[in-house]
Design a protein around this ligand. Structure first.
Ligand code: CA
Length: 647
């Protein structure tokens, strides 16, 4: 606690020591006049504002020289009289005698098609009916989140989805979609990048191009390609809000995937044209540092980028009712900024979910000790990180799709599985020297670990199982798939699943499907009829987790709670056995829960404390009421299967 307080005091001191108070309200509309404001570097010489009658092409109807603020260096203003609603605008900043080029500013809240001009709209008119009520989030304790990572096109684009608004925000307002998600039991929808990104031509949506969207253009505007009309600036905003509203009304939170770590381009990008070099890190030789692996890396450690990230996150919460945030390549951002964001968000909504990838995709220009890396998570107590330890212990290492691990019967990953079950937290029975990546617990408590086996990156689970395990039958594929998720959902970490795993999706073996066609990325809803037991198992597994506090000790105050209530029983190669015990004092309806994961392609006999056990999960079926009861001190676990039981 002392350490946290000290960090907070340092952060506060730094924030007040000469920091500029950035105002990012670049456009404020009233029917009488519209005010414009732009932040530039101090040495900007001129800023020209242009007003257009169209989001692209059309006619320029006004050109205004903005005025330098009298007190704040680098802040520029203009007020244009008259009702400008429906018009568009650009800024153009002059440095060293040269104009950098027109752009919509760095904090446009509405844009024309393809995001090249800002749009003048009345934000109040974008609110759907009943918005004030609809935006109110359901309260979900951290350990109770069931995260469902979804791409808008994946989910709804295929005719088999039966949804009307295919590939659109509005698909998630349709009763069929809402009912589906509620039946599955997920309560937190993590939407892949949904801000305005560059790689889809919004003027040619009929081409049906696909992209994940990790190429940010305008951070504070919804993507036009997911709206029914990208030409009308208000439509994408209203439809995004309708999506949030419908999910909230169904008791589901919305997590936004935010990609502040890099931009689509530098030289013709909004940041660089407005504030040259201020938003990016450079190498000592003057070249751009590339910690994102995408050609550049932003500089959260710099005042303007930190202020920008804080303002942007707050804007998505306040304007759109976003509940939580997933930080892409969090390891590119500095710890201080991440903590400042978490503090700000949690001051407003104490239970908000903030998590990220605790790594970068290349070396960054500031030392790893300062960055939001997994190894530094203990310094970021309000934030969770993905556990690649658990993921790779199950499916196999990241550097080869054909490499198997626990699920493929490869021994040596047992301690890494246990590490994941204990939520990357301290447990006396884990030998951390044998964990695949982390050689010590990275989390203060399990609420700081995201448990998962697959996400949009890399192969999805079905493809990875097929690629890494030769001659796998569909029957065994399903058993292993279900066992993998059993580990995830009975772990103390916060469970996370890729959309469509519950219908045994595949991507035809494509490793990186970021721009693969719909035929690769789509969910085939016919699979629900082909493999009904898969959906049924996921649904029952999720319900099991929800119904038992045993799996969610991260939020409980006692510091030694895991040591008291989680015990690893003797297992063996590719055999992990754990018991959540003495649960009645925690308020669970069951006193002991035993989970057995057998990754071997042979059955195994497991010794148990002698008792009468009710088996609730066996192979491809879960029934919380009990499948059968046995009085025994040992149990035979079938090959490639999980068993869940209680006494
Ligand atoms: Ca776009």
């Amino acid at each position: 606690m002392k350490k946290i307080l000290l960090t907070a005091i340092i952060a506060l001191t730094m924030a007040t020591a000469g920091a500029r108070d950035y105002n990012f309200n670049e456009m404020t509309y009233t029917p009488k006049a519209t005010q414009f404001l732009l932040n530039t570097n101090d040495d900007a010489q001129e800023v020209v504002l242009r007003i257009y009658d169209a989001g692209k092409d059309g006619n320029m109807i006004k050109k205004v020289n903005m005025k330098r603020d009298k007190k704040i260096a680098g802040e520029w203003h203009a007020t244009v009289k008259g009702d400008l609603k429906g018009r568009f605008y650009t800024f153009d900043v002059k440095y060293n005698g040269v104009f950098a080029g027109e752009n919509p500013g760095i904090f446009a809240k509405a844009v024309g098609v393809n995001g090249r001009r800002g749009a003048i709209i009345d934000m109040a008119e974008t609110n759907p009916e009943g918005w004030d009520i609809g935006r109110r989030s359901p309260l979900i304790a951290l350990g109770d989140h069931i995260i469902y990572e979804m791409h808008h096109r994946d989910f709804s684009i295929d005719p088999s989805s039966g949804l009307q608004y295919k590939g659109k925000f509005l698909a998630l307002t349709e009763p069929k979609a809402i009912e589906y998600l509620k039946t599955l039991g997920v309560n937190t929808i993590h939407i892949l990048p949904s801000y305005d990104y560059a790689s889809i031509d919004e003027e040619h949506l009929e081409q049906n191009r696909y992209n994940w969207g990790y190429d940010p253009l305008n951070y504070n505007v919804p993507e036009g390609g997911y709206s029914t009309n990208p030409y009308d600036p208000a439509t994408r905003i209203r439809e995004f809000k309708m999506m949030v509203q419908a999910l909230h009304n169904a008791g589901i939170q919305v997590v936004l995937d935010v990609v502040y770590n890099h931009t689509y381009s530098i030289d013709d990008g909004n940041f660089q044209r407005t504030c040259p070099d201020a938003f990016y890190r450079k190498n000592p030789d003057g070249s751009w540092s590339n910690g994102s692996g995408c050609g550049n890396e932003t500089a959260s450690d710099q005042e303007i980028m930190r202020a920008y990230m804080l303002a942007s996150v707050k804007y998505w919460m306040d304007e759109y009712g976003i509940d939580g945030f997933r930080f892409d390549l969090m390891g590119v951002h500095d710890i201080e900024t991440m903590n400042a964001i978490a503090d700000m968000v949690h001051e407003q909504f104490p239970q908000s979910l903030i998590y990220g990838e605790g790594w970068s995709a290349g070396g960054c220009a500031i030392p790893n000790e300062r960055l939001g890396m997994k190894a530094n998570m203990k310094q970021m107590p309000g934030i969770a990180a993905f556990s690649d330890d658990l993921r790779d212990a199950l499916r196999g290492p990241w550097d080869g799709d054909d490499k198997a691990a626990f699920l493929g019967g490869v021994p040596g990953y047992e301690e890494s599985i246990k590490f994941g079950i204990a939520g990357a937290s301290l447990h006396p029975q884990i030998d951390y020297s044998k964990v695949n990546y982390s050689k010590e617990p990275f989390a203060n408590n399990p609420n700081q670990m995201i448990a998962y086996v697959s996400c949009h990156d890399d192969m999805c689970l079905v493809d990875r199982l097929r690629a890494s395990i030769p001659n796998l039958t569909t029957k065994d594929l399903i058993k292993l798939d279900l066992m993998a998720q059993t580990a995830v959902f009975t772990s103390q970490g916060i469970p996370f699943m890729l959309s469509g795993e519950e219908m045994l999706r595949d991507k035809k073996g494509v490793h990186n499907s970021y721009e693969s066609p719909d035929s690769i990325n789509h969910l085939d809803w016919n699979n629900l009829n082909r493999y009904p037991q898969v959906f049924e198992y996921y649904k029952n597994l999720i319900a099991l987790r929800k119904n038992h506090v045993a799996f969610k000790m991260g939020g409980m105050p006692q510091s030694n709670i895991l040591a008291q209530h989680l015990e690893f029983l003797p297992g063996g190669d590719c055999l992990v056995v754990y018991r959540y015990k003495d649960l009645k004092v925690l308020g669970d309806s069951w006193n002991d829960i035993i989970v057995i994961l057998n990754g071997n392609n042979e059955r195994r006999t497991v010794k148990l404390p002698k008792s009468t056990y009710t088996i609730v999960g066996d192979g491809d079926v879960i029934n919380e009421q009990g499948l059968y009861t046995i009085t025994t001190d040992e149990i035979i676990v079938p090959a490639r299967s999980a068993i869940i039981m209680h006494d």
